[in-house]
Design a protein around this ligand. Structure first.
Ligand SMILES: Nc1ncnc2c1ncn2[C@@H]1O[C@H](COP(=O)(O)OP(=O)(O)OP(=O)(O)O)[C@@H](O)[C@H]1O
Ligand SMILES: [Mg+2]
Length: 264
């Protein structure tokens, strides 16, 4: 709607997990580098938790893209099924295996064969489970058992769990699982400076020739969103629309405040 008015190629603050719009903040870089370390070094398990809308799903996509480019065999479960058999089926399906059996034993045999094959080819097998906080107890147990696939003291796969803070608490209660996840990170929201950089990054990516958000307006954005990227996006998107309707050329804190009052 407002693209032409602002002279943009695309919407700067869309709430979609698009790797081409990925801003490598300090914490996102730390998260990504820990996940890369886990799979490169064959650490077995890794877990990335974080507050709602902080960028976990986006990281899962950037990470999986990077692994695939480097030749790894990746199964990314963006919307994991709750039950254990469906969970194994989805892993195989996301590995590109279209005909998946119903029996747990057969599913595990196929997965084992694939992992051995990958190992012989010097390929990492990486299973990434987003939204892992929704899995039920039995499925957590199935996921834990996957870490028993080892050969010559090396894990045959890397299991990466991503989820909201609740996941951390759930895993902590399953001691034998928790101990098998040596790499962990909790993604925080952006600090104030990070919020400024994030907004500037997205402005530039979308085609703004100059920064339209004043520093004061970003201060108001930060106070309201506490640095949550998804909330920053929603607020910025709506304020660009309102500024367009009012034919304003900058976003000042007055505009942000009026959007906030509306949202409240
Ligand atoms: N580092 C980043 N660079 C660019 N955009 C980001 C970044 N982090 C988050 N975002 C934006 O914030 C939105 C929310 O991120 P995402 O969906 O990855 O969060 P999440 O942590 O998976 O949330 P949930 O807890 O609801 O699953 C994304 O659609 C994306 O637009
Ligand atoms: Mg998510």
């Amino acid at each position: 709607m407002y693209l032409k008015y602002w002279g943009l190629r695309r919407f700067p603050f869309d709430n979609v997990a698009d790797p081409s719009f990925f801003y490598l903040s300090e914490s996102h870089e730390e998260a990504l580098s820990r996940l890369i370390y886990a799979s490169k070094m064959g650490k077995g398990g890794a877990m990335l938790t974080g507050d709602i809308g902080c960028g976990k799903t986006l990281i899962s996509k950037v990470y999986s893209k990077k692994l695939i480019e480097e030749g790894s065999d990746v199964s990314l479960l963006s919307n994991p099924p709750l039950g254990p058999v469906e969970f194994l089926q989805e892993i195989l399906y996301q590995l590109g295996i279209s005909e998946v059996p119903d029996s747990r034993t057969k599913l595990l045999q196929i997965l084992h064969k694939r992992m051995i094959h990958n190992m012989e080819q010097n390929k990492e097998t990486v299973i990434i489970v987003d939204e892992a906080q929704i899995l039920n107890e039995e499925t957590f147990e199935e996921a834990r058992l996957l870490l028993n696939f080892q050969s010559n003291n090396r894990f045959l796969l890397t299991l990466v769990l991503l989820g909201q803070t609740e996941l951390k608490l759930k895993i902590r209660q399953i001691k034998q699982f928790d101990q098998r996840i040596p790499i962990k990170y909790h993604l925080p929201p952006f600090p104030f400076l990070g919020t400024i950089r994030y907004i500037m990054f997205r402005e530039k990516k979308a085609g703004f020739a100059r920064n339209v958000f004043t520093t004061k307006s970003i201060k108001t954005i930060y106070e309201y969103t506490r640095g949550s990227p998804r909330e920053i996006n929603s607020l910025c998107d709506l304020s660009l629309l309102i500024a367009f309707n009012k034919k304003k050329k900058f976003i000042d804190s007055g505009i942000i405040q009026s959007v906030i009052d509306e949202l409240r």
